[in-house]
Design a protein around this ligand. Structure first.
Ligand code: G
Ligand code: G
Ligand code: MN
Ligand code: NA
Length: 255
């Protein structure tokens, strides 16, 4: 696990970095977006993954600062990608921790970041887990409404894992469902997983939500999800999270 001191030093030395994992549009197999995932580079160049620092950062109150770096780098990357010939309509999704969601200045910070980089709000999607919604639903509702009013899309991450409440879909202005990878990894080998994913995709469609399947580790699953009418797919079988420079090359060769 990272220590608080290491995290503070990483912020100080600008060793916080986003990796980008492509999201494939299943209608035509084109990548029009990616998820930003935070990494910390040690002084020796090796990477610390979120599993080894997010809980620590939350405990010592550093998540808002780390989150601000991720938002800024994501907008910077978006502006680079949109200026290249590859992705004028490229979108990035950025994870928000519960604490960040409850920052009253969230919408104005997001608006300012978009503005600094000359981006429309539709370029950005914010991912939340249901955990972020349940502790103070009234405040969450207010923050999400402000973000929606800006034009930023809200995705419900890890959907179906843990204590999913379908009522969240009624109450909060969600526009994207990301089906948890625990369902996807059992696809085509477990009839219950097949039925659940097909059901979730159908439900999302009826609700006018986009559906993203996460954790695609086998190519065969891409076809299966296309047959189910799932909108987008993300996972190691498509590409692992990578630095911006690598994504530009990957997009170029995938075209
Ligand atoms: O990057 P990795 O695949 O190891 O991500 C592990 C977890 O860390 C993910 O579930 C994701 O929600 C979380 N995570 C990654 N990057 C960020 C980030 O920038 N902000 C927040 N709040 N969580 C992140
Ligand atoms: O919780 P969230 O969905 O934000 O986290 C995404 C996490 O999932 C990141 O840690 C990312 O590295 C990881 N991930 C992305 N694709 C795959 C995959 O195909 N298999 C597995 N096991 N993890 C994946
Ligand atoms: Mn996510
Ligand atoms: Na997820």
């Amino acid at each position: 696990l990272a220590t608080e001191l290491e995290l503070r030093a990483a912020l100080e030395d600008q060793r916080v970095q986003i990796f980008l994992q492509p999201r494939l549009d299943l209608v035509d197999g084109v990548c029009r977006g990616a998820e930003a995932l935070m990494r910390i580079r040690r002084a020796d160049g090796s990477l610390i993954l979120p599993g080894d620092f997010i809980a620590v950062a939350e405990r010592c109150g550093l998540m808002p600062r780390l989150g601000a770096v991720v938002l800024e780098q994501s907008c910077q990357a978006l502006s680079t990608l949109r200026r290249s010939s590859l992705g004028e309509d490229f979108r990035l999704s950025v994870n928000l921790s519960p604490l960040e969601l409850h920052d009253e200045a969230l919408a104005s910070r997001v608006e300012a970041a978009l503005c600094r980089h000359g981006l429309p709000a539709s370029a950005l999607e914010l991912e939340l887990t249901e955990t972020a919604l349940v502790d103070d639903p009234l405040a969450a509702e207010r923050r999400l409404s402000e973000l929606r009013a800006l034009g930023v899309a809200i995705a419900l991450d890890d959907f179906g894992a843990g204590f999913s409440g379908l009522s969240h879909l009624l109450r909060f202005p969600i526009s994207v469902l990301k089906i948890d990878r625990s369902f996807i990894e059992r696809l085509r080998s477990d009839r219950i997983a097949d039925a659940l994913v097909e059901g979730l995709v159908g439900m999302a469609q009826r609700l006018g939500l986009r559906v993203v399947a996460e954790g695609i580790e086998r190519h065969a699953l891409i076809t299966a999800l296309q047959a189910m009418d799932c909108d987008e797919a993300q996972g190691y079988a498509i590409a692992k999270p990578m630095p911006l420079e690598s994504l530009v090359g990957w997009l170029d060769s995938a075209r």
